[in-house]
Design a binder for this molecule. Structure first.
Ligand code: PEP
Ligand code: MG
Length: 545
């Protein structure tokens, strides 16, 4: 038995046959061409063929994964259509008289180099998209098809890395586990594994231990997505332990399922709400399935990311309306656009900020881009006609900002009325408390809004001055820091005095070791990942507060 350890990106346990996947490589030759026209037309044909491949991958991803994950393939298509990038490749063929595959490789390397020098993670990761597209074009040019991994029975795939294209081409009924030597928790593959709910472990630390195994077809493995462990050819003892663990998890799940339909009520009768956080329409199903009493945070970013222009009012309206209808009268809190910092959209331009987390982001962008903001506000208002919709605005720091947002909402209402488009006049309006500034003036903010929702991820980042994206500061990060807890307490107290409700929608809402304290403070609602709704309900029903 060989035991490997990595980072779990999706929980669950998989047990079965192992399929090792190694991509067939190729070398790009450098040759001089004399017939430039024929070389350029080779390139054009390869671009067309690749475009067709990406189109069908997009369609497949759309039907199997849903809109959000399918956007990955749209991003690839955008690379392929990028005039500047393609013109540079053509120009290199024309001026240096080189073969097309060499030009594609060279120009891609140059562009990817530019991206990887950028400080920003999102831009850095763009070079992966470039390489994926270039690899496809080169394979068409030199006629080396990427190896198609085919699964004939239920299998755990072990590979250095998998591209989203390779993953989407697999038979999902047969793919039961993913183990990658490389990869990051934010990679496309990690996201897709969560969407498909396949146990996945990436960044395996001691992958070398397995190197001599790669030709052995007979290996079996257990992937423990709870612990981030992989057991190759497990011993009977490990199999027995995993079986016990699976049984315990199943029993736990059954217990949790029996809580569906029951109130979120403490032993001595205090009721709170438990809502779900979602980042796409696909997750609505999980929210309903886990009996969330509503959506407490609908992150609308996914509608805005990976596009060349921002989504129109109409396009947004259809999405928000679908969410409102799906929740059938339960609340659906739609957060207005929260991009900037770690999430970039190219149509807003790239600002080379020294401290992007403290820069052009969230409500600041909305106020600086009123035309775009109004399209979103109107879409949300119009969706409110079809369900119980509420607004929520991220990252506010002043009463002034809140007043400006409210003024824009009023303008939008007037415009919708004159256009004869229906909306709910009583659509609630809340703000996120995710800066120390907002928490400290929550007494004044409370007079302006219908509810607060505390974004503890950002509140922690800004209170402790620790970048939430950093992975080297763990020793300084105390997620239960008394300063953060004090700010939450101040916020809840001020909200109570003003007669409005406070929810928590950051990660701390899922931290069951804090639930009792939060309920004691008077927190009215928790908004958590759909899979945390029932564990949190179980916790609340067991406390005496
Ligand atoms: C938060 O900051 O806690 C939050 C819920 O918002 P996001 O994680 O989307 O920034
Ligand atoms: Mg936030």
């Amino acid at each position: 038995m060989i035991t490997l350890k990595g980072k779990s990106v999706n929980k669950g346990i998989a047990q079965g046959k192992v399929v090792y996947f190694k991509r067939t490589g190729y070398t790009v030759r450098h040759s001089l061409v004399t017939n430039l026209d024929s070389e350029l037309s080779r390139l054009n044909i390869a671009l067309k063929v690749t475009g067709g491949e990406l189109e069908s991958l997009y369609a497949k991803a759309l039907s199997e994964l849903g809109r959000e994950d399918a956007e990955i393939f749209r991003a690839y298509q955008t690379v392929l259509r990028d005039e500047v990038f393609i013109t540079d490749i053509r120009r290199m063929i024309e001026t240096d008289h080189v073969n097309a595959e060499y030009a594609v490789q060279e120009v891609t390397g140059r562009y990817a180099g530019m991206f990887s020098e950028m400080q920003d993670e999102i831009f850095k990761s763009k070079d992966q998209d470039l390489y994926e597209v270039a690899d496809r074009v080169i394979r068409v040019l030199n006629n080396t098809k990427g190896e198609m991994l085919k699964l004939t029975e239920e299998s755990i795939v072990i590979a250095d890395d998998l591209t989203p294209g390779e993953l989407i081409n697999l038979d999902k009924d047969k793919l039961i586990g993913i183990v990658l030597y490389e990869g990051s928790p934010h990679s496309h593959v990690a996201i897709i594994s969560r969407t498909l709910n396949i146990p996945a472990v990436i960044g395996v630390e001691n992958a070398a231990a397995l190197s001599h195994h790669s030709d052995d077809e007979e290996d079996t493995a257990i992937v423990d997505g709870y612990e981030g462990r992989i057991y190759i050819n497990p011993t009977d003892e490990v199999k027995r332990q995993i079986e016990l663990k699976t049984d315990t998890i199943e029993v736990e799940q059954l217990k949790l399922n029996s809580l569906k339909g029951l109130p979120n009520e403490t032993i001595n009768g205090r009721r709170v709400e438990i809502y779900a956080n979602i980042g796409s329409l696909e997750e609505l199903g999980q929210a309903v399935e886990n009996d969330a009493h509503g959506i407490g945070l609908f992150r609308t970013e996914f509608v805005f990311l990976n596009r060349n222009v921002y989504p129109s009012e109409e396009e947004q309206f259809e999405i928000y309306k679908a969410a409102a209808e799906r929740m059938e009268g339960r609340v659906c809190v739609i957060r207005t656009l929260d991009v900037g910092s770690d999430k970039h959209v190219r149509y807003l331009g790239f600002r080379n900020e020294a401290n992007p987390a403290m820069g052009y982001r969230a409500v600041r962008i909305s106020l600086m881009e009123p035309v775009m903001f109004k399209a979103q506000v109107k879409a949300i208002l119009r969706a409110s006609h079809y369900g119980n919709v509420a607004f929520m605005v991220p990252l506010v720091i002043s009463v002034e900002e809140v007043k400006r947002v409210k003024k824009i909402i009023e303008e939008c209402k007037t415009e919708l009325k004159s256009a004869g488009l229906p909306f709910d006049e009583k659509c609630l309006f809340g703000v996120m408390i995710e800066t120390p500034a907002a928490a400290l003036i929550s007494d004044r903010l409370a007079k302006e809004v219908d509810f607060f929702s505390i974004g503890t991820n950002d509140l922690t980042q800004y209170t402790l001055a620790i970048d939430r994206e950093s992975n080297i500061l763990d020793e300084f990060l105390d997620t239960h820091h008394e300063a953060v807890m004090k700010l939450i307490e101040i916020t809840v107290k001020n909200a109570k005095e003003a007669g409005i409700q406070t929810g928590i929608c950051g990660e701390l809402a899922s931290d069951l070791s804090l639930t009792t304290e939060f309920v004691k403070m008077g927190v009215d609602a928790f908004s958590v990942y759909p899979s945390m709704v029932l564990p949190l309900r179980s916790k609340i029903r067991g406390i005496n507060v």
